[in-house]
Design a protein around this ligand. Structure first.
Ligand SMILES: *Cc1c(COP(=O)(O)O)cnc(C)c1O
Length: 393
């Protein structure tokens, strides 16, 4: 059997046994190191998907490998019937990064982090919520209720209510939707799944003012934008002094291990009480040890300024191609969306793969780049160099 046969058969096995939720599977990957991954046939690709903005430190970073190995060898899981040190240490460290006292609820994914925020909002005693059109907050029913994309929602109506969706970035629409009955406004600082759309200048600050005036919680969903992705620890920190009540994290936090976190500050930190919420795996010591290793490494390797520089380099490189198919490059740091002039994102994704680069088609006309924060300048330069060929294919 050749390597190609075995690749086909793994895809066939996948199709036979997996629920058909993800469409056609892409190549079967077997190994990764830094920003390089290898498929079954031994072919190497440079990974600009970052596992959907998850692999903060790339693949098989020694700090994550060592932390996870040590922790799983010592104590793998205890449940929340017991205290374990990694969860406490990670919560302390996360709170410290916000520079104000907060409380943390650990879960295992982004959607669960949002569910916890949803329940915090309900504990205000109000039920109305406001979120943004095209926003994405996850696939479980509460998070889906907040998600502003009809294609993902419509088959599952009715969803928990009441949620009003407003056009993202429109301050007056937000002001018009938020009342003293509104429990929470839930927004992404950069809409990731919608095609990497940053909040316009002043929008988040306006959201804070509007929610303050009505006693409404401001929930920022930083599942995709958190943990250094935009060059700040959290994307909203690009707005000086902005103080959300609740922040959700997941993707990049575990450096590849599944973990979600909901942070709450001030009164919001005490809205959930005993019995209100829980998760068997939440705060799992191995996932938390990975999270600690990620935070320590981002700090020790001084990655945040590098994200700014490398992101700017990648953006400039693409812009300077002045390719007719590239309409614009949006985003912040190493979360970039290449807006295409035609709805050919899936074809560009395939051409990139053929050229040895993994990228993500987001919607029909955006190619998302979210490489490891450790991506190397040579890897960026290589993508930029190959891009005209990829776009021409
Ligand atoms: C990916 C994402 C989620 C959902 O995270 P999962 O881990 O897939 O459940 C929620 N919010 C935002 C902003 C995301 O990008």
């Amino acid at each position: 059997m050749t390597a190609e046969d075995s690749a086909v058969s793994l895809a066939d096995r996948w199709s036979a046994v997996m629920m058909n939720t993800y469409g056609t599977p892409r190549p079967a990957l077997v190994r990764g190191e830094g920003s390089t991954v290898w498929d079954e046939s031994g072919r190497a690709y440079t990974d600009f998907t970052g596992g959907i903005a998850v692999n903060t430190l790339g693949h098989a970073h020694p700090a994550v490998v060592e932390a996870v190995t040590a922790q799983v060898s010592r104590l793998g899981h205890v449940s929340n019937l017991f205290v374990s040190e990694p969860a406490v240490a990670l919560a302390e460290r996360l709170s410290a990064l916000f520079g104000r006292p907060g409380r943390v609820f650990f879960a295992n994914s982004g959607t669960e982090a949002v569910e916890a925020a949803f329940k915090i909002a309900r504990r205000t005693g109000r039920t109305h919520m406001v979120a943004a059109e095209q926003g994405f907050h996850g696939r479980t029913m509460g998070a889906l209720a907040l998600t502003g994309q009809a294609a993902k929602r419509d088959a599952f109506l009715p969803l928990p209510g009441e949620v009003t969706h407003v056009p993202f970035g429109d301050v007056e629409a937000l002001r018009g939707a938020v009342t003293e009955d509104t429990a929470a406004v839930v927004l992404e600082p950069v809409q990731g799944e919608a095609g990497v759309v940053p909040a316009p200048q002043g929008y988040l600050r306006a959201a804070r003012e509007i929610t303050h005036a009505t006693g409404t919680l401001l929930v920022l969903d930083e599942v995709q934008t958190g943990i250094g992705r935009t060059g700040h620890w959290f994307a909203h920190q690009s707005v000086p002094g902005l103080a959300p009540d609740v922040v959700t994290l997941a993707k990049g936090l575990g450096g590849g291990l599944p973990i979600g976190a909901t942070l709450a500050f001030g009164k919001a930190a005490d809205l959930l009480g005993p019995g209100d919420h829980g998760s068997t795996f939440g705060g799992n010591p191995v996932a938390c040890a990975a999270g600690l290793a990620v935070l320590e490494t981002v700090e020790a390797e001084n990655l945040l300024p590098q994200v700014v520089l490398k992101g700017a380099e990648l953006r400039r490189g693409i812009e300077e191609l002045r390719h007719p198919l590239v309409r614009e490059v949006r985003g912040a740091g190493l979360l970039l969306g290449v807006g295409l002039a035609e709805p050919v994102a899936a074809r560009v994704q395939r051409a990139a793969q053929d050229a040895g680069f993994l990228v993500t088609a987001t919607g029909t006309s955006t190619v998302r780049l979210a490489p490891a924060l450790t991506v190397m300048e040579e890897e960026i330069a290589a993508l930029v160099k190959e891009l005209p060929g990829i776009l021409g294919a």
